[in-house]
Design a protein around this ligand. Structure first.
Ligand code: MSP
Length: 508
C-alpha cells in the first residue's frame, strides 16, 4: 500500500568543500528516497547545509571576506555535489534561509514558554570542530576525543535546556519503540547514554555575531545544534510556498553518521517533546566510510573529491561503490582502488556484459525480437527478489539489498552458461526453446533494472532502452513475465566501457 516517506540527511558544515564521506550519506538517502517513489509512496527527500557554525565564520574571517560572500561561493559546491550524483532531493535547505531562521525562533520560543529554559553560567570546554561542549572526563589527554585538538575554555552566561527533565520520557519512548533507532547496537548505545543520566545543555552562545538571535534575548544566538536540528521541520514549513508540508510528512526518518548520534537520538527528541512536536519516526545511524582505516576528513589529508571520481567513473559507479564497499550501518574501510575494481568486475563484467550478450544474441538469433512468453518453468524467481529487497530496504539495509540483486544478476549469468543459447541456435528443432531462454533473460534483466534503478539511476533506463521495454520504474514490475514482446533489439553498446587509468593511479 502506498504511503508517505520523509527522509533527511544531516545538514553539512560548509567550512570546506564536500568529500566522499559527505557524498556517502547523501547517496544512501537518495537510494531510499528513489526506492519509496518506485513503491508509489509520496516522498520528500531533504538535504542541505549548516551555515551558522562558528568554524564557518572563522574561515570567512581568515579569508577576510564577509561570511555571506564566502557562503554563497561555497554553497554552490555543496549544491553541485547532489546534482552531479543524480540525487533527487526535493529541497536543499540553507540555515541562512529566512524561513528557517523564523522557524528556529518560534521553535526555541515554544521551549522557553514551556518552562524548559533557564539562565546559568557555562564554564567548560568547547571544540569548534565538533561544535560541541565536553566535560573534563570526556577529553583524552586534555584534547577533543574526536579531533585530538585542544578545545577552548569558555565561561559565559548562557541559556540552558532542561534535558535532565526528559530522561524518563526518553526511556519510555525507547522502551515502547524498539526500532526507533537502527541498527540495534546504536539503539543500545543511545539508550544507555540516556540511562547513564542526562545533563542540561547550553542552547545559546553569548556575544557571537553569527547565528539566529534568541527571541527573548537578542544578545545571544542559538547554539548551532539548536539552530541546525530544527531544519528537519522548518524545511517542511517553507519549502513549498503557501503549502505547509508538515502535516503530510512529519514525523519523518533521519539518516546520520555515528558521530552525531547523541544530538539526534537524545537531544533532538527531547527538544521536540518540549516544543510539542511528535518525535521522529526513525533514526538510522550509519558508520563511517574509512579510507585506509581513517575517517575521511580534510584534517587527516585523505579527503577524496567526489567530483573527480564522478568525472572518471560516472555517478552510478560511485553510488554503487559507496554502498557495496562498506556494509551500510557498520564501519568499514574502503579503498579508492575499489571503485575501479568494482567498475570493471561487477558493473562491467557481471552486468554490462550480460546486457551486451543478451541483446546481441536476441539480435543475432531472433532478428531482434522477443516474444511475450518464457519457459513454462520459470528459471528465476523475481517475486522472491522483490519481496526480499523490499524487506531489506524497509530495514534500511542498503548493502544486503544490493547484494540480493547482485545474486540475481549472477544467476542470470549462470543461466546463460547453462543453457548455451549459441548451441540451441544450431538446432532447428529447439527454436522455441531458444526463444524462451532469450525471453527469460530479457525478463530477468527487466526485473534487475527496476530493482537497481534506485542505486543506478542512469543505467536502469539504458537497460530498458536496450531491450526496447517501457521505462516505468514501478516496483511491481519486479515479477516474472513482465517483459513485453518487443522488436528492433540491437547489440547494446557496453554500459560500462573500459576506463584506462592514468599510469600513476594504475600503478598505485
Ligand atoms: N552540521 C552537522 C550536522 C547537523 S544535522 C542537524 C555536522 N556536519 S558534518 O558536515 O560534519 O557531518 C555531517 C555528516 O556527514 C555526518 O554525520 C555523516 O553523516 C557524514 N560524514 C562525514 N564524514 C563521513 C565519513 N567519512 N563517512 C561517512 N559519513 C561521513 O555534523
Amino acid at each position: 500500500m502506498a504511503g508517505r516517506f520523509y527522509l533527511t540527511t544531516p545538514i553539512y558544515y560548509v567550512n570546506s568543500t564536500p568529500h566522499i564521506g559527505h557524498a556517502y550519506t547523501t547517496i544512501a538517502g537518495d537510494i531510499l528516497a528513489r526506492h519509496h517513489r518506485q513503491r508509489g509512496d509520496e516522498t520528500f527527500y531533504l538535504t542541505g547545509v549548516d551555515e551558522h557554525a562558528q568554524k564557518v565564520y572563522r574561515v570567512a574571517q581568515e579569508e577576510r571576506i564577509e561570511p555571506t560572500e564566502y557562503l554563497d561561493r561555497i554553497v554552490a559546491a555543496w549544491r553541485e555535489l547532489p546534482a552531479r550524483l543524480n540525487v533527487s532531493n526535493d529541497f536543499f535547505i540553507r540555515t541562512s534561509d529566512d524561513g528557517h531562521k523564523r522557524f528556529v525562533q518560534q521553535f526555541v520560543q515554544r521551549i522557553y514558554d514551556n518552562g524548559d529554559v533557564y539562565e546559568d553560567t557555562y564554564s567548560g570546554w568547547y571544540c569548534v570542530s565538533c561544535e560541541a561542549f565536553y566535560t573534563e572526563d570526556e577529553l583524552v589527554d586534555g584534547n577533543c576525543p574526536i579531533h585530538g585538538t585542544k578545545p577552548e575554555w569558555i565561561e559565559e552566561k548562557n541559556y540552558f535546556f532542561r534535558l535532565s527533565a526528559y530522561q524518563d520520557r526518553l526511556l519510555e519512548l525507547y522502551d515502547s519503540r524498539p526500532d526507533f533507532v537502527l541498527p540495534g547496537f546504536r539503539y543500545n548505545e543511545a539508550r544507555s547514554f540516556i540511562e547513564g543520566g542526562l545533563q542540561d545543555f547550553s542552547i545559546s552562545r553569548a556575544g557571537q555575531p553569527w547565528g539566529v538571535p534568541l527571541p527573548w534575548d537578542e544578545s545571544q544566538v542559538a547554539y548551532v545544534w539548536v539552530d541546525a536540528l530544527p531544519n528537519y521541520l522548518s524545511a517542511l514549513a517553507y519549502a513549498r510556498e503557501g503549502d505547509d508540508l508538515t502535516p503530510k510528512f512529519w514525523p519523518g526518518c533521519h539518516l546520520l553518521g555515528k558521530d552525531i548520534l547523541r544530538f539526534h537520538c537524545v537531544y533532538w527528541p527531547a527538544l521536540l517533546l518540549s516544543a510539542g512536536y511528535d518525535v521522529p519516526q526513525r533514526l538510522f545511524v550509519h558508520g563511517w566510510l574509512l579510507l585506509d582505516d581513517r575517517k575521511i576528513s580534510k584534517s587527516f589529508g585523505n579527503a577524496v573529491d567526489p567530483l573527480e571520481l564522478i568525472e572518471t567513473y560516472g555517478a552510478d559507479a560511485v553510488r554503487f561503490w559507496c554502498i557495496r564497499a562498506v556494509s551500510f550501518g557498520q564501519d568499514g574501510s574502503a579503498s579508492i582502488d575499489g571503485v575501479h575494481e568494482r567498475y570493471e568486475r561487477e558493473l562491467g563484467n557481471d552486468l554490462g556484459n550480460l546486457v551486451s550478450r543478451t541483446t546481441a544474441m536476441i539480435a543475432r538469433y531472433r532478428g531482434g525480437e522477443i516474444g511475450g512468453g518464457g519457459s513454462a518453468e520459470r528459471p528465476f524467481d523475481a517475486d522472491a527478489l522483490r519481496e526480499e529487497v523490499t524487506r531489506l530496504l524497509d530495514a534500511f539495509d542498503l548493502t544486503r539489498a544490493l547484494e540480493t540483486i547482485w545474486q540475481f544478476v549472477r544467476e542470470l549469468n549462470r543461466y546463460v552458461e547453462e543453457r548455451k543459447p549459441w548451441e540451441l541456435a544450431k538446432d532447428e528443432a529447439r527454436v522455441d526453446e531458444l526463444g524462451s531462454v532469450l525471453y527469460d533473460l530479457a525478463d530477468g534483466l527487466v526485473a534487475v533494472a527496476v530493482a537497481l534503478a534506485a542505486y543506478l539511476p542512469e543505467t536502469a533506463p539504458q537497460i530498458f532502452q536496450a531491450l526496447r521495454q517501457p521505462a516505468a520504474l514501478d516496483w511491481s514490475r519486479i515479477a516474472n513475465g513482465t517483459a513485453e514482446a518487443a522488436s528492433g533489439i540491437e547489440p547494446a553498446p557496453p554500459l560500462f566501457p573500459r576506463i584506462e587509468l592514468p599510469a600513476a593511479a594504475a600503478g598505485a
